[in-house]
Design a binder for this molecule. Structure first.
Ligand SMILES: Nc1ncnc2c1ncn2[C@@H]1O[C@H](COP(=O)(O)OP(=O)(O)OP(=O)(O)O)[C@@H](O)[C@H]1O
Ligand SMILES: [Mg+2]
Length: 336
C-alpha cells in the first residue's frame, strides 16, 4: 500500500495527522474525525482500524446520511422476527456485526435526535437490543469511530446535536486540514492519481504535469478537496491525447484563478517557502527546486536544450549533466 495506509501527504498538517492516527489506533477510545468534504475522513477511519489491535476483526461502516431515517434504526440495531409488519425473520444489526471490531458512523452530524439517544445508550451501557428483543440486552464490544463534515460544536450550540453525545464521541478529535491549506501535498497527490489512471488506461499513458499546470493547481481553492483533485485528474486523462498535462487541459475555474490572484503567487512562490517545525533538509529542497526550474526551462523552450540552458544562464553541457543527474528526459516534455 502506498503512503501512510493509502494516504499521501508531506505537509506538516498531514504528518501530524499520521502521527495522531498511529497514537490513537492503540487505544480503544471513541474518535471523532472532522474535516471538509473530500479531505479523507473515511481513509483516516480505516487507517485507525487497520493499525489497531482490532485490525483482524470487522470494520463496519454505516453512512447515517445515506440511509433513510426509518431504516437506519433497524439497520444499526437489527430486529427479531415479528418486531413489525414485514419483519419476517431475524436480522442482525450493524452494531452487532461490528462486535469485537469497529463501527464507523459516517456523517454522524445527520443523525436524528432519537437515534442520538440510542447511540448514547450504546456507548454508556455497551449493550444492544434489537427491535422487538424481549430478553436481557446483549453485551457488545466495539470501538466507535465517527466522521462528519458539519461543525458539530456549532450543531450542539444550535441545539441540533446532543451535547452529551458530542462529548462521548469526541474523546479523541482528529481534524483534517483542507487541501487549500496544504498545497505542498498537491504534487505527490497528482503524481499518485496519474499513476493510478495510467494503470487503468495503459494505452494512453501520461508521463507527468507541466510546472505551470501544477502551479495553477496549487493556487486553486479546492472546495471539494482531494476528491475534487482526483476527479479532475481522471477527467483530464480520459479526454487527453498528449502525454503531459498542460494548463490548457485544466478546467476553466482553475485557470481563472491565475488571471487574478495567481500572478502574484507565481512570482512569490519560492520566496514563500516555509520551514516546518521539524526542520527540513536544505540540500533536498534546493535540488527539488533545481529540478523544477530545469523542467520549467525545458518546457518553455519546447525541449530545445540550447535555449533552456540560456534561460538558466548555464552552458549546454552543464544542463545536460544536471538533467542526467535529475533523471529528466527532454522528450517526455513535448506534446506528440
Ligand atoms: N491523503 C490522501 N491521499 C490519497 N488519496 C486521498 C487522500 N485523501 C483523500 N483521498 C481520496 O479522496 C477521496 C475522498 O476521500 P474520503 O472519502 O476519505 O473523504 P471524506 O472526507 O470522507 O469525504 P466526504 O465528507 O465527502 O465523505 C477518496 O477517493 C480518497 O481515496
Ligand atoms: Mg466520507
Amino acid at each position: 500500500m502506498v503512503g501512510f495506509c493509502g494516504m499521501l501527504g508531506i505537509s506538516a498538517g498531514m504528518k501530524a495527522v499520521f502521527q495522531l492516527i498511529r497514537k490513537i489506533s492503540r487505544s480503544n477510545s471513541n474518535v471523532l474525525i472532522q474535516g471538509e468534504s473530500g479531505t479523507g475522513k473515511e481513509l483516516v477511519a480505516r487507517a485507525i482500524h487497520d493499525l489497531s489491535p482490532r485490525a483482524d476483526s470487522p470494520f463496519v461502516p454505516v453512512n447515517c446520511a445515506a440511509i433513510p431515517r426509518e431504516l437506519l434504526e433497524s439497520e444499526l440495531f437489527g430486529y427479531v422476527k415479528g418486531a413489525f409488519t414485514g419483519a419476517i425473520s431475524d436480522r442482525l444489526g450493524r452494531v452487532e456485526m461490528a462486535d469485537g471490531g469497529g463501527l464507523f458512523l459516517d456523517e454522524i452530524g445527520e443523525m436524528d435526535a432519537l437515534l442520538q439517544v440510542k447511540i448514547l445508550r450504546l456507548i454508556q451501557d455497551r449493550t444492544v437490543e434489537p427491535l422487538g428483543w424481549r430478553q436481557a440486552p446483549k453485551k457488545i464490544d466495539i470501538r466507535i469511530i465517527c466522521a462528519t463534515n458539519r461543525d458539530l460544536e456549532a450543531a450542539v450550540q444550535a441545539g441540533e446535536f446532543r451535547e452529551d453525545l458530542f462529548f462521548r464521541l469526541n474523546v479523541v478529535p482528529v481534524q483534517l486540514p483542507p487541501l487549500r491549506q496544504r498545497p505542498e501535498d498537491i504534487p505527490c497527490l497528482v503524481d499518485y492519481f496519474i499513476r493510478r489512471q495510467n494503470e487503468l488506461r495503459p494505452d494512453f499513458p501520461v508521463t507527468g504535469i507541466s510546472p505551470e499546470a501544477l502551479q495553477l493547481l496549487q493556487a486553486y481553492s479546492w472546495p471539494g478537496n482531494v476528491r475534487e483533485l482526483e476527479n479532475i485528474i481522471e477527467r483530464i486523462m480520459v479526454m487527453k491525447t498528449g502525454n503531459v498535462i498542460l494548463p490548457a487541459d485544466l478546467p476553466e475555474k482553475i485557470v481563472a484563478v491565475d488571471s487574478v490572484a495567481g500572478k502574484e503567487k507565481k512570482t512569490s512562490r519560492f520566496a514563500s517557502a516555509v520551514i516546518p517545525a521539524e526542520g527540513l533538509s536544505l540540500k533536498t529542497e534546493v535540488s527539488k527546486l533545481e529540478k523544477e526550474l530545469i523542467v520549467q526551462a525545458l518546457h518553455q523552450s519546447k525541449g530545445v536544450k540550447e535555449r533552456a540552458a540560456r534561460l538558466l544562464k548555464m552552458n549546454r553541457t552543464t544542463l545536460i549533466e544536471k538533467m542526467k543527474r535529475n533523471r529528466i528526459n527532454a522528450d517526455m516534455l513535448n506534446e506528440p
